[in-house]
Unconditional design. Structure first.
Length: 457
């Protein structure tokens, strides 16, 4: 698969992916929503009709059971008003039993969860749920008083969908019309297993949408990662080409300047030998010193232009090399009041494959940079060599003036320097040499009172 390698293509591909997923997700959600709406409307229409039909059937069935004392419903009205029973007790209870049986048959045929008849005060007259007690206040009356009141005045209605544990239910209400007077309400509770399927489908929609979105984000992140890697590689390639061109130019200039510098230096030495015997004057040493400084700068430029592929490696004892470098500068640094403290953690030796002269140059560069940080003040440079997990760590830490965060960002860039006399190549070459030895280097400082260079091999 070919990834886009420019910002415009990356944005187009990412936007297309997001739009595709969003459109697909929105379409599925619309279909789901419409299906739920249609199913709800059809279900309500059918079950309201069924509830009305059942209520009418119950009313007719019980109204036909006439006795010389009156109908079953008249008996119920008398009971509600606190009057005497018009029917014998056994006959009334018998009618309740037959009514319950009939309701259970209807509930079974129509797949209803429960059918309950309530009186005008919301108390239970009869129910298919045998756990309910006749004469008690119904939970339907407590939870759905407005719906029951609508049913009493002749408007069949239903509750909202509700969930109990893993099942979904609705309750439908219809008035039982007896002699053009509605005193009773039929409540039919319906278990809607189909809605569980809809909910499961909705969960799957969310899952599919989430998975698609995850893969789109993953693809976008992969594209961004590839883009930045390619972009960084292109920048590094351009930088390397520029540095190579600059190196060639610097090498050419260095070779052209080195010969005249040698002549200037030898001439200055001859002048000193000829006239310096008669008069001691610091000016005789000024030219050689400056020529020597220029020579070191030219050496850096030549090192900058060298091809690192031709460097030979051998087994190096880092502990011995660091001790030799630190011992070599101690006397000179002591003249400036700077102490060099080298510690290597006991008798353990540390070996790597590398180029000894190059690493010696690196360690010396870090020591000279630390020395410059004191600005003619006394201080201390600590060199530490130790093993950290599977790596060898070397630190150069001084208690000088510190390095600001802004300078730290560019300190390893070629030709970057904060010194008036520096070439800006010392730390750049040091970093390049360390990386050629499969190492890393980083710098840390508080910007005020200390700086630490850390090398890992």
């Amino acid at each position: 698969m070919k990834f886009p390698t420019n910002k415009k293509s990356l944005l187009i591909v990412s936007a297309f992916g997001f739009i595709t997923v969003f459109a697909l997700y929105a379409s599925i959600w619309y279909i789901y929503d419409e299906a739920i709406k249609y199913f709800n409307e059809e279900l309500d229409r059918r079950l309201i009709a069924l509830t009305q039909t059942t209520a009418t059937e119950i009313a007719q069935s019980l109204s036909e059971k006439e006795t010389q004392q009156g109908s079953f419903f008249e008996q119920l009205r008398g009971r509600q008003r606190g009057g005497k029973l018009l029917l014998p007790v056994y006959s009334f209870e018998q009618e309740l039993f037959f009514t319950q049986i009939r309701l259970q048959e209807i509930a079974k045929i129509q797949e209803l969860q429960e059918i309950t008849i309530l009186d005008s005060s919301g108390k239970i007259i009869v129910s298919t749920n045998e756990d309910l007690i006749t004469g008690e206040k119904s939970q339907f009356q407590i939870i759905y008083p407005n719906e029951i009141e609508l049913a009493r005045i002749g408007f069949p209605t239903h509750s909202d969908l509700y969930q109990s544990e893993d099942a979904f239910f609705k309750v439908y209400f219809a008035g039982i019309d007896v002699d053009e007077e509605v005193n009773f309400v039929l409540c039919a509770e319906v278990g809607l297993g189909t809605f569980a399927g809809f909910i499961e489908f909705k969960d799957k929609i969310f899952l599919i949408g989430g998975v698609c979105l995850f893969f789109i984000i993953l693809l976008t992140l992969a594209q961004i990662s590839v883009y930045f890697q390619i972009s960084a590689s292109e920048k590094q390639l351009i930088k390397n080409e520029n540095l190579l061109a600059m190196g060639r130019m610097a090498a050419g200039i260095a070779h052209e300047i080195r010969n005249p510098l040698g002549i200037i230096n030898s001439t200055a030495q001859r002048i000193k030998r000829k006239y310096g015997k008669e008069k001691e004057d610091p000016i005789f040493d000024f030219i050689p010193e400056e020529v020597d400084r220029l020579g070191k700068i030219l050496t850096n430029y030549l090192e900058f232009s060298k091809n690192d592929e031709n460097i030979s490696f051998e087994k190096i004892n880092l502990k011995a090399l660091l001790r030799r470098v630190s011992n070599g500068v101690q006397e000179d640094f002591a003249d400036f009041g700077i102490e060099v403290d080298f510690q290597s953690g006991g008798s353990e030796e540390f070996f790597i494959e590398g180029n000894s002269p190059q690493l010696q140059q690196v360690f010396l560069n870090f020591l000279l940079n630390s020395k410059d940080a004191f600005e003619n003040e006394e201080g201390k440079i600590k060199i530490r060599l130790k093993k950290v997990k599977s790596k060898i760590e070397i630190t150069f830490e001084d208690n000088g003036k510190g390095i600001s965060q802004q300078v730290r960002k560019s300190i390893f860039e070629p030709f970057f320097t904060t010194k008036d006399t520096g070439s800006g190549l010392g730390l750049y070459l040091s970093k390049r040499i360390i990386e050629n030895h499969n190492g890393t280097v980083e710098v840390d400082s508080d910007g005020k009172s200390w700086t630490k260079f850390k090398i890992n091999f």
